[in-house]
Design a protein around this ligand. Structure first.
Ligand SMILES: Nc1ncnc2c1ncn2[C@@H]1O[C@H](COP(=O)(O)OP(=O)(O)O)[C@@H](O)[C@H]1O
Ligand SMILES: [Mg+2]
Length: 397
């Protein structure tokens, strides 16, 4: 199943591009679902239809939905949350506080991602196009399965310990609404299975992100940071969409001639910054791009010669190589600067910090116990060198 995630700075044209992509794919016979995962839904406005959390038919082969994070949350974690609320309440916490405590960090984003994954599994569709909303929330969405794993483990451990403590005492006075240890174990299992499944979906070669930007400095800078942060979490990008590109025809006007020059420079810059990804351009339209017809025209201009459903380009991947001195791990981090990077090994995990994001990777067995000898940036890649693991020294060659 093909999954395409669109993100970018606010107002650059993510929703328009998502809708135009869906229309273009559906017209080619690809059964497509366009999903709005942006809490500020505007997919319905762009398509000029009322949308809901259930798929609405938009055109042949094309459906659309606007996810509601709260509904998804209730559907997927409702039972677990109810247990936690009960538990905290019987510990004498007031209701509001109990409800606050029962909120699992990032649960709304997780529930949104679960819904996307479920639609991606649905046999009804060949492709799912997701309007992820602005960069920050999109990054939270795609990095959550990894980031929340550690936080959840701790939280659930504490909650389970508290339940065990409280249970013997409480069961004497109240008629058994308290969750058994078994319930927690069940909840944990469900949670970890879900996280694994979501991670697999995000790392699937058929899942790619496309960065939408306009020919403006701040927009390009933000897209560049997003590209780097996605790379840290190994989420693939396959294309850059440059929207609101002034058509050549405006060169008649002196005022626009300068604009055009700046914009063409920025286009070249974007091409080199995001290489080897292709940069698709969409012209600035005369009016807002609303309704199926305008979107279809917009999509044709955008994908001129490209198949919207294809994997349009390949961003780098994490690689482990053996060398004389031990092992080298190469991690693409386009645009990272050395003073923003920390690398350390904590038990069997490699921790890489890039700016304010941090990733913990489980080290493969070959590297268990190996120490980091050094790390440096080489072009767009972080190269981490490991000393041979103590155990491998003892092994006969
Ligand atoms: N290429 C374009 N030409 C003209 N108007 C555009 C273009 N792309 C987007 N717009 C308009 O800009 C506004 C914001 O676009 P939208 O797709 O909602 O951005 P985002 O989802 O990134 O916030 C909308 O009114 C849309 O119709
Ligand atoms: Mg939008």
């Amino acid at each position: 199943m093909r999954v395409i995630l669109y993100t970018g700075k606010g107002g650059v044209g993510k929703t328009t591009t998502s809708a135009a992509t869906g229309i273009h794919m559906a017209a080619a016979g690809v059964r497509t679902l366009v999903v709005s995962a942006d809490s500020a839904h505007s997919l319905g406005d762009v398509l000029d239809r009322d949308l809901s959390p259930e798929p609405q038919s938009i055109a042949p082969h094309l459906d659309a939905i606007e996810l509601d994070a709260r509904i998804e949350l209730d559907r997927h974690w409702g039972a677990l949350r109810d247990y936690l609320i009960e538990l905290f309440r019987y510990q004498g916490l007031d209701e509001v506080l109990a409800e606050e405590l029962a909120l699992i960090p990032g649960a709304e984003e997780l529930a949104t991602l679960v819904a996307v994954d479920e639609w991606a599994r649905a046999e009804k569709y060949d492709a799912v196009v997701v309007d992820c909303g602005p960069t920050d929330s999109a990054l939270r969405l795609v990095t959550l399965p990894e980031v929340s794993d550690g936080a959840l483990r701790t939280l659930l451990r504490i909650q389970r310990a508290m339940a065990t403590l409280v249970r013997p005492l409480a069961s004497r006075v109240v008629p058994a609404p308290l969750p058994e240890g078994r319930v927690f174990r069940e909840a944990e299992r469900m949670l970890y299975e879900t996280l694994d499944r979501l991670r697999a979906r995000l790392l699937d070669p058929l899942t790619t992100t496309r960065l939408v930007l306009t020919p403006e400095r701040m927009v390009i800078d933000e897209a560049r940071r997003t590209y780097r942060d996605l790379a840290l979490f190994e989420v693939r990008c396959d294309a850059v969409v440059m929207n609101r590109f002034l058509p050549d025809a405006v060169t008649e006007e002196v005022f626009f001639r300068d604009w055009l020059e700046v914009q063409n420079e920025r286009r070249e810059e974007v091409e080199s910054l995001f290489a080897p990804l292709p940069v698709l351009t969409a012209p600035l339209q005369e009016d807002e791009v609303v309704g199926l017809e305008s979107l279809s025209i917009h999509g044709k201009a955008l994908f001129d010669g490209f198949d919207p459903c294809a994997i349009l380009g390949v961003s780098g991947a994490l690689r482990l190589q053996a060398s004389e001195q031990g092992y080298q791990l190469k991690m693409p981090l386009p645009g990272a600067s050395a003073d923003e990077i920390d690398v350390s090994v904590v038990e069997d995990e490699l921790h890489v910090r890039s700016g304010d994001r941090r990733r913990a990777l489980f080290l493969p067995a070959t590297l268990a116990g190996a120490a980091v000898r050094g790390a440096r940036l080489q072009g767009n890649e972080l190269m981490i060198e490991f000393n041979p693991a103590p155990s491998s020294k003892a092994r006969p060659r």
